[in-house]
Design a binder for this molecule. Structure first.
Ligand code: AMP
Ligand code: GLY
Length: 436
């Protein structure tokens, strides 16, 4: 890997969530870095680096900021600026960028594009049908078996998927998406999909054209309540590695999903540089694609960067500049977990402005990332978003990592704080069973 000289990179991280705070922390640990700045950032990121105001949907403003700050590498955290062409505009202005150009970002920005792409390239996924007219969707749904899956095609901040149990629920979802436009233009086209049974896993791939590095498989916990109950959230916690991806599943993911996808992108003239997030369902007949995202998962990013022995910044820069050498990448081993601390009311109407008590020091192998935090007029750190903080811990086993994380969780306090005590529980059970 043609690594740049030590202290030669001036990095701009775009975004303001826990994922971007973890990216900033990783950059700061890198020997390659001269400086790190973030935009717009959050309170935690402000403690680590200078932060600049930015509307991440304003692509010319992103380019102007990168020029003004005279950075030489830009890491784009969230999908929205990528879908709007931030990587194209930055690259055209001469910046190295981690994150795909607009054409590649279609894999997240359009579920219909993605379904057609998967079918075109014979990649295993759920059977699907697309509709631009509510009446056609309703006619099709009358003949479906339930549960089925309905997806708004465009970006909907993770909320555009409904899994109706019967025709009545399905019809309501179609009317909300296509007639009431609850997701705006994202619901102009919808996808109706076969419901896949199985256990989900997140596969994060760092991509440099046809070369790639697969990060250890992880599992997100999307439901708000313990035992996977209650409404869906952005993610209440995650752990890695997950045993649901066995060596055989891993081989099939590479051969049947990742490699055909990268070959397909290339064949369609898309030189993809950045993270490809493959959401898979491990079904009885093997792994199948649930969704693609074109950026690191949040909170998966926070637990995957600490698994790398190789400098994550060097890897991102190598992907961006076409010099990735997958065989040189080294791993730490062990396990990492993140427990998300969410605001009261999340994922519905949330409490805001509650003062947060943080521990003065953190034990080894643990860190705290900020997501929905801000400073109030008195300078105190208060809650300001649904997912407020994430507690990250590494250990030689998942049990050790979990013990460390929950030890820190118990020292953080704010009114209404909610979190799940069972992050990683499925894997802890698998680990216990394999020791018997
Ligand atoms: P997506 O935004 O496409 O990842 O969908 C959100 C969630 O809905 C996924 O994480 C799955 O839990 C579920 N889901 C989506 N598509 C399917 C499917 N075809 N079968 C079963 N569950 C699905
Ligand atoms: N953790 C799910 C996502 O980032 O979309």
């Amino acid at each position: 890997m043609a690594s740049p000289a030590n202290k030669s990179l001036n990095v701009l991280v775009i975004g303001s969530g826990g994922r971007e705070h973890a990216l900033v922390q990783a950059c700061k640990r890198s020997a390659l870095v001269e400086g790190v700045v973030a935009a717009p950032g959050n309170v935690g990121m402000e403690m680590d680096c200078p932060c600049h105001p930015l509307d991440v949907t304003d692509v010319p403003a992103i380019v102007a900021l990168a020029k003004k700050l005279a950075v030489n590498f830009v890491i784009v955290g969230p999908e929205v600026p990528l879908a709007l062409g931030a990587a194209d505009a930055l690259e055209d202005a001469g910046f190295a960028v981690y994150g795909p150009r607009k054409a590649g970002a279609m894999l997240e920005a359009s579920k219909v594009f993605t379904k057609d792409f998967l079918v075109r390239h014979n990649i295993p996924t759920a059977r699907g049908a697309k509709f631009t007219k509510a009446a056609d969707a309703l006619a099709y749904l009358r003949g479906e078996t339930y549960p089925t899956v309905i997806k708004a095609s465009g970006l909907a901040a993770g909320k555009g998927v409904v899994i109706p149990r019967d025709y009545e629920e399905a019809a309501r979802a179609i009317r909300e998406m296509m007639d009431d436009k609850i997701f705006g233009a994202s619901g102009d086209e919808v996808l109706v999909e076969e419901f896949m049974e199985g256990e989900e896993a997140s596969i994060m791939v760092m991509v440099c054209g046809e070369k790639y590095v697969i990060l250890p498989p992880s599992q997100d916990h999307k439901r708000v309540g313990e035992g996977d109950t209650g409404p869906n959230t952005g993610g209440m916690g995650a752990y890695t590695p997950t045993g649901v991806v066995t060596a055989e599943v891993d081989r099939r993911v590479r051969e049947e999903i990742v490699e055909p996808t990268l070959r397909g992108l290339k064949a369609e003239g898309i030189d993809y540089r950045g993270t490809l997030y493959v959401g898979i369902m491990v079904t009885k007949t093997g792994p199948r694609v649930v969704e693609f995202n074109v950026r690191f998962g949040d909170p998966e990013c926070q637990i995957l960067l600490p698994m790398l022995k190789t400098d994550p910044l060097a890897l991102m820069h190598a992907c961006a500049t076409g010099t990735l050498e997958p065989s040189l990448v080294e791993w730490k081993g062990g396990a990492t977990i993140i427990v998300v601390l969410a605001a009261g009311g999340y994922p519905g109407d949330i409490r805001k402005g509650d003062v947060i008590t943080l521990p003065a020091t953190l034990p080894e192998h643990t860190s705290i990332v900020h997501a929905g935090t801000r400073r109030d007029a008195a300078g105190r750190i208060v809650t300001s978003g649904g997912r407020v903080l994430g507690v990250v811990a590494h250990g030689s086993t998942l049990a050790e990592a979990a013990g460390r994380a929950y030890g820190v969780v118990d020292t953080v306090k704010f009114e209404g704080m909610q979190f799940r005590r069972d992050i990683g529980a499925r894997q802890l059970k698998r680990d216990a069973a394999s020791r018997k």
